[in-house]
Design a protein around this ligand. Structure first.
Ligand code: C2E
Ligand code: MG
Ligand code: MG
Ligand code: MG
Length: 291
């Protein structure tokens, strides 16, 4: 520990801290360039029901940097948020998703609703709804093909403008889900008054069931309250059959996770969309009677 508690001591150079700062700067510079060059791309992760049938997709931004290699959004989105770039990323994501959906429609590929992640900063932009609508109008896309995911933390910090944006989006027919539910500090009672239709249970809870009895109880509680509020529930990060079984028997009906599908590139997504009607039950070994 290079830093002393004595306030009149000099602050020593901390190599780890310097490296972290260097990394942040590299990411910031690289991202700015990626935005200029429109070189970000998207993966699409399927959301399925308990038969494994495709119900929707989540768009996940991808960045392959020439200088830094693949950088995860878990790392670069926070940097983008802190350097005023995240809304530009969002606008490019919206543009990519809407063009992609339009493209699939043009090819006669049956599409499913695609969810876009919004950050807290997007919610605070007064023009957000206008930006979304001008894009869907321009492409003549139906609103029910787009959804938005907002983390519960973003929902809580965003006061007037945020709630206003969400209400407008909902009135226009866009669906809104609460992402990473359980990881923040909101309560279901608060969410009952939000214009949301679904909550996504955070992977952190899903990964420890069955087995961790506290988490089991939390999930059970989330599910039963969500049912009484008529909210739809998606479990994130389902990686094995035991998790699926636990969630399913507790009343969860939508799932997302490596057990079903990893995020897919465009070709993979297209293949899945094209064959969705032929999707069978062999993948999960479940049959219609069990769910
Ligand atoms: P998220 O919105 O909660 O997305 C789910 C993340 O969990 C994705 O990571 C996905 O690949 C990963 N995941 C899905 N199933 C499993 C599983 O079974 N096991 C494990 N271990 N992981 C699973 P990804 O793509 O790295 O994204 C990380 C986060 O970055 C996202 O979490 C979201 O908060 C943010 N993000 C991604 N794309 C965007 C975007 O376009 N805009 C904004 N604002 N944030 C984004
Ligand atoms: Mg999400
Ligand atoms: Mg999530
Ligand atoms: Mg999560």
């Amino acid at each position: 520990n290079a830093r002393s508690d004595q306030s009149d001591d000099p602050v020593y150079f901390d190599p780890a801290q310097a490296a972290a700062m260097r990394r942040r700067i590299d990411i910031e510079v690289g991202l700015r360039k990626a935005l200029r060059e429109h070189s970000l791309s998207l993966s699409y992760q399927p959301k399925v029901d308990c038969h494994g049938t495709l119900q929707g997709l989540e768009a996940l931004v991808r960045w392959q940097s020439t200088e830094l290699g693949t950088v995860s959004p878990a790392e670069f989105i926070p940097v983008a948020e802190n350097s005023g770039m995240v809304h530009d990323i969002t606008l490019q994501v919206i543009e990519m998703v809407t063009s992609q959906v339009k493209n699939w429609q043009g090819k006669g590929i049956p599409v499913r609703p695609v969810a876009i992640n919004l950050s807290a900063i997007d919610l605070s932009i007064p023009n957000l709804v206008q930006e979304v609508v001008s894009r869907t109008d321009q492409l003549d896309l139906s609103v029910d093909l787009l959804e938005f995911e907002i983390t519960e933390t973003a929902l809580m910090v965003n006061g007037e403008t945020g709630l206003d944006n969400l209400n407008k989006l909902k009135e226009l027919g866009f669906r809104i889900s609460i992402d990473d539910f359980g990881s923040g500090y909101s309560s279901l009672s608060k969410i009952a008054y939000m214009p949301v239709y679904a909550i996504k249970i955070d992977r952190e809870f899903v990964q420890d069931v069955p087995g961790d009895s506290r988490r089991e109880k939390i999930i059970h509680g989330i599910l039963s309250l969500a049912h009484s509020l008529d909210l739809s529930i998606v479990a994130e990060g389902v990686e094995n059959a035991q998790q699926l079984e636990f969630l399913r028997t507790n009343g969860c009906h939508l799932f997302q996770g490596y057990f079903f599908h990893r995020p897919l590139d465009i070709t993979g997504t297209e293949k899945l969309l094209a064959t969705q009607s032929e999707q069978t039950l062999f993948r999960t070994g479940l049959n219609a009677a069990t769910c």
